[in-house]
Each structure stands twice: as C-alpha cells, then as structure tokens.
Design a protein around this ligand. Structure first.
Ligand code: MG
Length: 203
C-alpha cells in the first residue's frame, strides 16, 4: 500500500512557509515503511534538527480505481481519520532550494502517523469538519476541511489520473497553519471534531 500526500492545500499554511499557491494539487508519496506503528513513540531522526508536525485529515481507499471522476470519488473511501505528516523542515528546505524531491524530508521511517479510523457516515459532510492537534495539551493546529483548496473528491480525481488507487491506500489531504518543531518528550494528540484519534509521544 502507499500513502499519497497533498502539499499546499490550505492558504494560511502556504503563507506561513512562504510558498506559492499551486495551480494543481502538489503530490508526494510515502512508502508503507513510513507508517509509525501503533503505540510506538516517534523518534526524531538524527539527520534533522527541525522536524515539524503537520496534522492532516486522512481517507482510506476501499476500492481499486483509476481515472476516477470526482462525482464518483465518494464511493472510493468509507473511513476517515487524522494523522501527522512529519516533515524534516531543514532537510526539505535544502531539497526545495535545489529543486530536488522531498522524500528524505517526508518519507523516512515513522514519518506517517495514522489515527484510528471512523466511518465517514458518522459525519454529515466531510467537507465541513473541524480537526486539530494539541501539543502538550496546548492547541497548536486547528483546521477546517471547508478551507481546503482541493476538496477530498477533487484530490481523488486528480491523483487517480497518475496512480492506480488500491484498497488500503491512504490519502493525506494537507495541513492547515500552525506547524511547528517537535522536541523530545512532547506529546501530540489529534482530533477529528471532538474525537481523539491518536496520541503520540516524541523521543
Ligand atoms: Mg503535509
């Protein structure tokens, strides 16, 4: 399985990193080895001094698809969650400056936190959800899926032009503003609406 991630999907986050607003979704992929195993702490890798949390809404693909029209995209996922796209910002900055791919900054072991899944039918409208991240009990990121530049169904349409979506693939839909460095002993807790879906200790 693969993790398909969207970058630059929230205007306020684009501004905080001084990036340009994309004319198409920005896509990158993490391998399954990036998944942080359940109940494991996140270990800050020794090649970075500036790993950031990026809380994101996730959807899990439940059916094989290619060239999916956005009208039908809602049929390709039934579960939704939140997770973290951990990013070695210092490494990413160097790669960006050289126009190189981001994998070393974003796809290393443990760089993908996946929360507990909920049926999307628990919610009235996936394009109108609040999600958030608390670091050491302080709210640091607070997003609304209604603020996505590319909505979930548009993302599925776009990425499935390039990649066959397979059962179990997970889409990371981008982070809102409020990213910041994580330090040893931080505790990161993610929420979708009022439901706590993960809790991670940083080492
Ligand atoms: Mg991200």
């Amino acid at each position: 399985m693969k993790l398909i991630c969207i970058g630059r999907n929230y205007t306020e986050h684009i501004k905080e990193l001084n990036n340009e607003k994309p004319t198409n979704p920005v896509i990158f992929i993490k391998p399954d080895t990036a998944i942080l195993l359940k109940k494991q702490p996140f270990f800050i890798p020794d090649f970075s001094n500036d790993v950031h949390h990026e809380v994101e809404v996730l959807v899990k693909i439940n059916k094989v698809g290619k060239h999916i029209d956005k009208k039908f995209a809602h049929k390709y996922y039934s579960d939704i969650s939140v997770g973290i796209d951990f990013t070695a910002r210092d490494v990413q900055q160097q790669l960006k400056e050289k126009g190189l791919p981001w994998e070393k900054a974003k796809s290393f072991d443990g760089a993908a936190v996946i929360g507990n899944w909920l049926p999307k039918s628990d919610f009235k409208d996936v394009d109108n959800l609040n999600f958030s991240l608390k670091k050491n009990d302080v709210l640091v990121q607070n997003g609304e899926t209604s603020h996505m530049l590319y909505k979930i169904d548009e993302i599925i349409e776009y990425v499935s032009k390039y990649f066959t979506l397979k059962i179990g693939d997970i889409i990371f839909t981008g982070t809102p503003a409020g990213v910041s460095k994580v330090d040893p002993n931080d505790k990161l807790v993610g929420f979708l609406e009022d439901k706590q879906l993960f809790s991670i200790n940083v080492k």
